[in-house]
Design a protein. Structure first.
Ligand code: FE
Ligand code: CA
Length: 525
């Protein structure tokens, strides 16, 4: 793969037309021998007057050459961009330049401002004689301003090795106002051959910044994922596989030294930043990076995206198997699970979130969690209730705090969405799951994986009778969810692919749920 001898562009002497001369940057290449915009474009983090626009220069996207990041070498490169009011880019409303910095793998993050609320714009990037594809981005409607209708999709768990991303294509076809990415956007591990549909470019588990960069690059070359980013505006959070399966803050799945693991996490977080349309507040500082945020869409919807990984307390009864660990499942023999001091979000994020509950102006309040909130237990060999420690079931006191705050703040129409389970779920969230007369505080929708292999259907389905607040479960299909909201109802559709092993797979609606304004709980439509 090494292409040390190959130059990806020839330097030009003059700055290109229309851009000002720049100080402290490399001479802008006039002529590229390879397209630098192989990874496409993306928009995200919408506000009433703008959004983030992203691209990354990668003329040799999968090159492992350590001295030329995806074919790029040398100083920062200046890019130009244009934002237009029409798809043909005839009416340019904003233009400018941005620095593609080698410290961030020649990615750019533009925070566009001064645009009109609640409408689409079209944009592109230029460098010398190279022009990117045209992207489409939506601004949001100002908090509290009237908005009739809003449509969003939510997706999670796209494992490149386990299938094609037809779900992303079908969601792009729906032209939603925003797409919520709930995590497991990449997978860090190598799959056993029997489940592999197409291979990651590195067969071993990835651990370094260079590895994670290469992994994001490979995913972004997927035409369906690239198109979804180009045509829709992203709201981003992450889960575990952006770093390592089941990690919790600095504690790794394989009991690695926490300081060493934080070094790995820093590389993974940086690569995430470099590839996502996120704001400057997300710029990483070593192993620390903020992704949690909230977005308002008029008087209709507020979406709060939380980070369930970076700040969580260590998993309950975390220990290697030879030292009494139970591999991320616990029963009553682990009272640590119930400890009220433990948190999934960390004190700072919890405070931020509860403050948002108190201040929301929206009719529908969506809490986007990487991992499932609803209670689910299964029996150990002795028949006693056993819980995973990796989602909110491992942090029940924190879950009770969260649901109590939702109720106490009288949050209007709370609905939660989650990923991680590789299966569709619709759950009632009870203030006290062990008390049948306890009120239902919110409804939860869990979306299936875009492609990642599912948990065994029969084993989970057999537990539904002892988990009465799980109202719907299906793990045998891959796909995505789409949600349409107006002032009277929220309609959630679970969409299922015919065959994840086919890039041209058809899609169909598996199930539709309606929630009526002011009434907690589901109505199956
Ligand atoms: Fe996953
Ligand atoms: Ca996960």
């Amino acid at each position: 793969m090494t292409k040390l001898s190959r130059r990806s562009f020839v330097g030009g002497a003059a700055a290109f037309i229309g851009a000002p001369a720049l100080i402290g940057c490399a001479t802008v290449p006039r002529r590229w021998t390879l397209d630098p915009f192989t990874l496409g474009v993306a928009s995200g983090s919408p506000s009433p007057d703008g959004f983030v626009l992203w691209t990354r220069l990668a003329p040799e996207p999968l090159s492992f050459d350590p001295f030329a990041l995806a074919g790029m070498r040398g100083d920062a490169v200046e890019l130009a961009y244009e934002i237009a009011a029409d798809p043909e880019l005839r009416t340019i409303v904003a233009r400018g330049t941005a620095r593609a910095d080698p410290a961030f793998a020649y990615s750019v993050h533009i925070e566009a401002e001064g645009l009109k609320p609640g409408r689409p714009y079209w944009y592109r990037f230029m460098s010398g004689d190279a022009v990117s594809r045209t992207g489409r981005a939506m601004t949001s409607t100002a908090p509290g301003a009237p908005l009739e209708r809003f449509k969003f999709g939510f997706v999670s768990c796209s494992n490149y090795e386990h299938g094609y991303f037809a779900a992303y294509r079908h969601l792009a076809d729906e032209q939603p106002d925003a797409v919520v990415y709930l995590g497991d956007y990449i997978y860090e591990y190598a799959s056993p051959p029997d489940v592999v549909v197409r291979r990651h470019s590195q067969i071993a588990e990835i651990t370094t910044l260079a590895d994670y960069r290469n992994r994001y690059t490979q995913y972004r070359l997927d035409p369906d994922l690239q198109r979804l980013h180009a045509e829709t505006t992203a709201l981003m959070t992450w889960d575990d596989h952006e770093v390592q399966n089941d990690y919790a803050d600095r504690w790794s799945e394989d009991f690695e030294d926490p300081e060493r693991f934080l070094f790995r996490r820093a590389g993974a977080y940086q690569a995430y930043y470099e590839h996502m349309p996120v704001r400057a507040l997300s710029r990483p500082n070593g192993p620390v990076m903020r992704v949690y945020d909230r977005y308002s869409f008029g008087d209709l919807v507020e979406i709060a995206l939380i980070d369930g990984r970076q700040y969580r307390s260590r998993g309950a009864c975390y220990a290697p198997p030879d030292k009494g660990g139970t591999h991320f499942e616990t029963d009553a023999s682990c009272p640590e699970r119930l400890d009220e001091r433990r948190s999934l979000l960390g004190v700072e994020q919890e405070t931020w979130l509860y403050d948002r509950f108190d201040r929301s102006l929206a009719r529908w309040n969506v809490l986007a969690s990487d991992v499932m909130i609803g209670q689910f237990h299964f029996p150990n060999p002795a028949g006693e209730a056993t819980f995973t420690t990796d989602d909110w079931n491992g942090y029940p006191a924190a879950r009770t705090r969260l649901l109590s705050r939702i109720r106490d703040s009288r949050l209007s129409n709370p609905v939660t969405i989650a990923g991680d389970m590789h299966s569709f779920w619709a759950n009632d969230l009870k203030l006290d799951f062990d008390n049948p007369s306890s009120p239902t505080v919110a409804t939860e929708f869990v979306g299936t994986s875009v492609s990642a292999i599912p948990p065994p259907y029969e084993a989970f389905a057999a537990q539904l009778s002892s988990n009465p607040y799980v109202r719907f479960f299906e793990s045998r299909v891959r796909g995505y969810a789409s949600v349409t909201v107006d002032h009277g109802t929220m309609t959630t559709r679970f969409n299922a692919l015919a065959d994840v092993r086919s890039p041209t797979s058809a899609i169909s609606t598996l199930k539709t749920f309606v929630i009526e304004n002011g009434k907690a709980g589901l109505v199956a439509a």
